[in-house]
Ligand binder design. Structure first.
Ligand SMILES: [Zn+2]
Length: 475
């Protein structure tokens, strides 16, 4: 079982519910007026989080039901975190993304991933401007605008560090950004240096070494991997890349063997970066699994199939009007306070089929006075989806669901003033915009690339198996 932070429980306000009910009618009258003055086009009145706060006078006894007020640590919303997840939690998160046709600016890519780190971004840009002459020879006229050099087919990876403040808030900051240009065999690297960033261009050839480590499980995979020489960050990469196919907690047995191919990069003679995992083979009594990183940065198996499961964008059979958008900085019109709306609301009539957006396991299916009938589904280790205010729940905790499966009927239960579906996507414990977040797509390699990839993977596999065998001889 996994623990994840769920964010929609009101903070210890249940005792005030009775008071709320008395005010509800008056509140609704007030909100009707407010809705006209404030974003009349967005039909926010459908959303319990917007209407109830608008409805309440800002006094101490006023209950609010906005997502910003919901306690992520409330026991009924906690999912347990397994031992592996606890060990891997070092406050660092590695994001990776293949740059597409429509990406022309690094900041947009970060924002799409739910990271609005404007100060860090400014510092990255100034590092880039400072070092820009290094890039001049590449393109006529240089790069007048920051990050014009990013192009379709490049692969970007960045590491975010989360610091806890004295008040218990999490403050994310960028640690490192690497942009891989496969066609030029080089890498652009931004590395945090106190508040600023250093920028370097690294030629992959000559500055990158590959090494292979192997091990055997005696207790847990985590311990075996550490013993084999993998860092926490490298184990995290493995766990994340294989999350759709293999559970490093549940499917690991004593005596399983594995080998990992790693990249070690150097700049000015010193080792840098977090050491990317390039390939992996795992042998267990249930069978073997081998995967390798392609030039696009993603992992594919020995048939060229993606290691990821696909996601659909919408939890519905067709698209409906969005009555309230995801908005982490939505400002309340009367109090001026920031009240995040952590999901997307669809204006669906009561009884509309609600579909799960990816395959996964049901981890919550119950009634909550604010969320109504709601369902939470875990997908791999990194993703969860939540479906609120349902009329009917059609799945139970522990059920395995397939992408597109009907899991419930939409409704108007809980603190909701009109029929709608509130849908949330959670990536590594933070709610992200489900309508724009780059979703895993699970697309296999194209025929042309596939043959070359499979040939290379077979070569690597031979080397990985050799490493396992020689490791066993010496141990
Ligand atoms: Zn909502």
């Amino acid at each position: 079982m996994f623990k994840n932070k769920l964010n929609y429980l009101p903070k210890g306000k249940r005792t005030q519910q009775a008071k709320y009910n008395k005010y509800a009618l008056i509140g609704l009258v007030i909100v009707a007026g407010v809705a006209v003055l404030w974003q009349p086009q967005s039909a926010d009145s459908l959303d319990p989080s917007s209407t109830t706060i608008a409805a309440q006078p800002a006094s101490e006894a006023t209950p609010t039901f906005d997502a910003a007020d919901m306690d992520p640590n409330a026991p009924e919303f906690q999912l347990e975190q397994d031992e592996l997840a606890l060990k891997l939690d070092d406050g660092l998160t590695v994001f990776s993304y293949a740059i597409g046709k429509n990406d022309n600016n690094l900041q947009d890519i970060l924002i799409k991933h739910g990271l609005n780190l404007s100060l860090d971004y400014e510092n990255v840009i100034s590092a880039f401007r400072r070092e820009q002459p290094k890039l001049q020879s590449d393109r006529k006229g240089g790069y007048s605008s920051a990050f014009r050099f990013i192009d379709e087919g490049m692969f970007i990876e960045w590491v975010v560090e989360t610091d806890q403040t004295a008040f218990g808030a999490s403050v994310p900051r960028i640690n490192e950004i690497s942009i891989y240009d496969h066609s030029k065999q080089r890498k652009y690297r931004f590395e945090r240096n106190i508040a600023l960033f250093d920028f370097n261009i690294i030629d992959v050839v000559g500055n990158t070494q590959q090494l292979i480590v192997a091990g055997e499980v005696t207790t847990t995979f985590y311990d075996a991997a550490l013993q084999a020489g993998l860092s926490n960050s490298q184990i995290k990469q493995l766990v994340s890349m294989l999350q759709w196919r293999f559970d490093f907690s549940e499917q690991v047995h004593e005596g399983d063997r594995f080998a990992v191919s790693l990249e070690k990069e150097f700049f000015d003679g010193r080792a840098i970066g977090h050491g990317r995992v390039l390939g992996f083979t795992y042998q267990s009594k249930d069978g073997d699994l081998t995967a390798m990183r392609h030039a696009d940065g993603y992992f594919y198996d020995n048939e060229g199939q993606s290691m990821e499961d696909g996601f659909s964008r919408l939890p519905l059979e067709k698209s409906f009007r969005i009555s309230s958008h995801f908005n982490p900085r939505r400002v309340h019109p009367i109090t001026g306070q920031v009240r995040a709306h952590k999901g997307t609301d669809f204006a669906v009539p009561r009884g509309t089929n609600v579909l799960t957006t990816a395959s996964g396991t049901v981890v919550k299916s119950e009634y909550h006075y604010a969320a109504g009938n709601y369902i939470v589904i875990r997908h791999g280790r990194d993703y969860m989806t939540r479906y609120l205010h349902l009329d009917e729940r059609l799945v139970e905790v522990g059920d395995e669901v397939a992408i597109g499966q009907k899991i419930g009927l939409s409704g108007n239960t809980g603190r909701s003033t009109g029929p709608h579906l509130h849908y949330e996507l959670i990536h590594r414990n933070s709610a992200v915009n489900a309508m724009t977040f780059p979703l895993p797509n699970g697309v296999p390699l194209k025929e042309l690339e596939k043959d070359v990839f499979i040939t290379n993977l077979q070569k690597l596999q031979t080397a990985l198996l050799d490493a396992i065998n020689s490791q066993l001889r010496t141990s």
